[in-house]
Design a protein around this ligand. Structure first.
Ligand code: ACM
Length: 590
C-alpha cells in the first residue's frame, strides 16, 4: 500500500539553488506523512530523508533536519576520462539522496577540453558537451536541489587548449597529452588574445551555468615555460615579479572578469596570494593547513584535502574529518591506520608538500568562513565503467559528515553506508558494487572468497607504480615510466574492486570480537585450491591468494609462531592489491 505524503512548501521564486538555500525541513509522521519546508530545496532534502527511511521500521514521530554546511560538494574530473551524461545524471540522482548539493565539473585539463564553446569550437575534444547539453544538465541538477559549478583550469593544465591554439601557450607542446602528472604547459599571460579568449569562454559558461561561482582552477602551475618566455621574463623584470606573482597578476585579471560577469571567483589553494581578490573562495586541497592559511588570511574556504576519493581510502578515514573541526587529530588517525601503512611515506611526504608564505594573517575583514567540503574524484583511474564503485562506497559517509558536521557519529557508519548503497540499488539508481564486479569477471567466481577480501592499494601507489619509491624519497620520477596513461583500458579486476572491502571489514570485526571464524577460514582455504585451476590469473592475485591461505592457517592454528610484523606483511601490497585482513590478524597476536 502506498504512503500518503503531503508537502507544505513555501513558494520558491528561484529556479536554481544558490549558495545559501533554505535547506531545512520538518517531517511529521502521523496518519499521513507531512514534509514542511521553507523552500523547494528543503522539501527535496526532506524527501531524501524519507527515501532513506523507507522499508525500515522506526518509531520516529517528527524529524527536524538542517545541514551543518551550505556547501556539500562533489568534484568530478571529466577531462582525464570522459563521463557521459547518463552517468552524470545517475550521479546527480544519487547525490540528491545523499543531500549533496554541489556538482563541480572539472571541464578542462591537459588531456581534454570538454566544453564545446560557440566562439571557440576549435578547442573542444572529440568528446565534449555543448551549451544545450550543459543547460539541460543544470536543470536536471536543480530539480534535485543541486548546483553545478563549472571549472576552466588555467593558466596550467592547458596542454589540450594548445592543440588548436598553440599561440596561446608560453611554450610549445604536442597535445592533447595522454600521460598523467604535472605538465609544463602554461598560458601566456602577456598575450592579450589569451585574456580575450578567456573572457569569452567564461562569459559563455556564465550564460549556461546560473551558479553564483565560476572556478578558474589555478593549481599546479609549472614555471618552466614562463622562465624561458621572453615576454613573461620582461614582465617579471619590470615588475619585480617571481613566478607566483605572475600567476597572481593573471588571477587578478580573471577575478575582475568573473566579477564583471556577476559571479564570485573560486580557485584551488595555489591562488592564495596577498594580491588575490578577497571575495575569491578557496578550495583547500594541498594538505590540511591550506584551510587554516586561507581562513586566517580572510578567505572563505571549501575543504577538499581529506576527501580525495581517488586515493582509495576507506569511508571511516574520510568521515573522521569535519570541514570545521580539528584536522590535525584526524590526520594523525589517517597516518596511524594500518590500512595506509604501505603508503605511509607518501602520506608524510604530502603533509609537508605545500607552504603558504606571505599571506596577511590579520586581515581587516576578519577571518574567512568555512562554507563546507567537497569530495574530489580525479579520473586518471576512473571511467564510466567504474565510476559508481569509486563514488558510492565512501561518498555517503562524506555526505553525512557535510550534513551533520561535528554531530556526525562514527558508530554504525559502515552499516549506514551499506544501507545507503542498498537504497541506491533498490531505487534502480546505481547497482551494488559486487553485482557489477561479478558480472564483469564471472570466471573469478571460484575464488570469490579471495576477491571479496581485496582492496586496491591506497594513495597514488597505483598511479605512480614503480615511481612511488622515487617520488616519496624526494628523487622525483625521472626515468621511471608510470604504468597508466589516458589510453590504458580500465578493465582489470583492480579497476572494479571497491576501494573498501565490506567483506574484509566484516571479517575483521568478527575477529576483533573473538567470533567463530571457521566459516571464513573454510572459504579462504577453498580459494587457495581453486586458484590453481584458473588459467589467466595475474601474479599479484596469486600472491594474495597464498597470503590469504596462510592467514587461514594462522587463524586455525592457535600456536602460530609468526611475529605480528610478519603477519602484517601478509597484507601486501601484492602488485596493486591489498589484503587488509592481515593487519587484523596481526592485531590479535599483539
Ligand atoms: C589538484 O588536485 N590538482 C587540485
Amino acid at each position: 500500500m502506498g504512503l500518503e505524503v503531503r508537502f507544505e512548501v513555501a513558494p520558491t521564486p528561484a529556479s536554481t539553488p544558490d549558495l545559501h538555500p533554505d535547506a531545512a525541513s520538518e517531517i511529521e509522521f502521523a496518519d499521513a506523512v507531512t514534509v514542511r519546508a521553507a523552500s523547494e530545496w528543503g522539501a527535496i532534502h526532506g524527501l531524501a530523508t524519507l527515501a532513506q527511511l523507507a522499508g525500515k521500521s522506526h518509531a520516529i514521530t517528527r524529524i527536524h533536519d538542517h545541514p551543518a554546511y551550505p556547501w556539500r560538494g562533489l568534484m568530478i574530473d571529466v577531462a582525464r576520462h570522459f563521463i557521459p551524461l547518463p552517468a552524470l545524471r545517475r550521479t546527480l540522482d544519487a547525490m540528491s539522496l545523499a543531500k549533496l548539493n554541489v556538482l563541480h565539473l572539472h571541464l578542462t585539463d591537459d588531456q581534454a577540453f570538454r566544453f564545446r564553446s560557440e566562439a571557440h569550437p576549435e578547442l573542444a575534444s572529440a568528446e565534449a558537451w555543448d551549451a544545450a547539453e550543459l543547460t539541460e544538465l543544470v536543470a536536471y541538477a536543480a530539480d534535485r536541489a543541486i548546483r553545478i559549478v563549472p571549472e576552466l583550469d588555467m593558466p596550467g593544465h592547458v596542454t589540450s587548449w594548445l592543440v588548436a591554439r598553440p599561440e596561446w601557450g608560453a611554450g610549445s607542446a604536442s597535445g592533447p597529452s595522454r600521460r598523467f602528472g604535472v605538465h609544463e604547459a602554461c598560458l601566456d599571460p602577456t598575450n592579450p588574445a589569451v585574456l580575450r579568449a578567456v573572457e569569452t569562454l567564461l562569459g559563455e559558461l556564465a550564460d549556461i551555468f546560473p551558479d553564483p561561482f565560476l572556478h578558474f582552477g589555478g593549481d599546479e602551475v609549472n614555471g618552466t615555460w614562463w622562465n624561458a618566455h621572453e615576454g613573461v621574463q620582461t614582465l617579471m623584470r619590470s615588475q619585480g615579479f617571481r613566478a607566483a606573482d605572475v600567476q597572481a597578476d593573471f588571477n587578478r585579471k580573471l577575478t575582475t572578469i568573473i566579477r564583471q560577469l556577476g559571479r564570485r571567483p573560486l580557485a584551488w589553494d595555489e591562488a592564495l596570494h596577498p594580491a588575490l581578490a578577497r571575495d575569491t573562495l578557496i578550495q583547500a586541497w594541498r594538505g590540511n593547513q591550506a584551510r587554516d592559511a586561507a581562513l586566517a588570511a580572510g578567505f572563505d574556504c571549501v575543504l577538499s584535502a581529506p576527501y580525495y576519493l581517488d586515493l582509495f581510502y576507506p569511508a571511516s578515514l574520510h568521515h573522521c574529518f569535519d570541514p570545521g573541526g580539528d584536522l590535525a587529530a584526524a590526520e594523525d588517525r589517517l597516518l596511524a591506520d594500518d590500512r595506509t601503512r604501505h603508503v605511509r611515506e607518501g602520506l608524510q611526504w604530502m603533509a609537508g608538500f605545500a607552504s603558504f608564505p606571505g599571506l596577511p594573517d590579520a586581515p581587516a575583514g576578519g577571518e574567512g568562513r568555512i562554507l563546507g567540503g567537497e569530495a574530489c574524484l580525479w579520473s586518471e583511474l576512473v571511467d564510466e565503467g567504474c565510476l559508481d564503485s569509486r563514488l558510492w562506497g565512501r561518498l555517503p559517509a562524506i555526505a553525512e559528515r557535510f550534513w551533520c558536521g561535528s554531530e556526525a557519529e562514527e558508530a554504525g557508519l559502515l552499516e549506514r553506508t551499506v544501507a545507503f548503497q542498498g537504497s541506491l540499488a533498490r531505487l534502480g539508481i546505481v547497482p551494488e558494487d559486487s553485482e557489477t564486479r561479478r558480472r564483469a569477471f564471472p570466471e573469478l567466481a571460484p575464488i570469490e572468497p579471495l576477491v571479496e577480501m581485496l582492496e586496491p592499494v591506497k594513495w597514488y601507489r597505483r598511479l605512480l607504480g614503480a615511481a612511488f619509491e622515487r617520488r616519496v624519497s624526494g628523487l622525483g620520477e625521472s626515468g621511471v615510466a608510470r604504468p597508466y596513461d589516458a589510453d590504458t583500458p580500465l578493465n582489470r579486476l583492480v579497476d572494479h574492486l571497491p576501494p573498501e572491502s565490506l567483506a574484509s571489514r566484516r571479517a575483521e570485526a568478527e575477529l576483533d570480537a573473538g567470533g567463530d571464524m571457521q566459516r571464513w577460514i573454510e572459504g579462504w582455504r577453498r580459494q587457495r585450491e581453486a586458484i590453481s585451476e584458473l588459467a589467466e590469473v595475474d601474479a599479484g592475485l596469486r600472491d594474495a591468494s597464498r597470503a590469504l591461505g596462510e592467514l587461514a592457517d594462522i587463524l586455525d592454528d592457535g600456536d602460530c609462531s609468526m611475529a605480528p610484523e610478519e603477519i602484517d606483511a601478509l597484507a601486501g601490497p601484492f602488485d596493486e592489491y591489498l589484503l587488509p585482513l592481515a593487519h587484523a590478524v596481526a592485531r590479535r597476536r599483539r
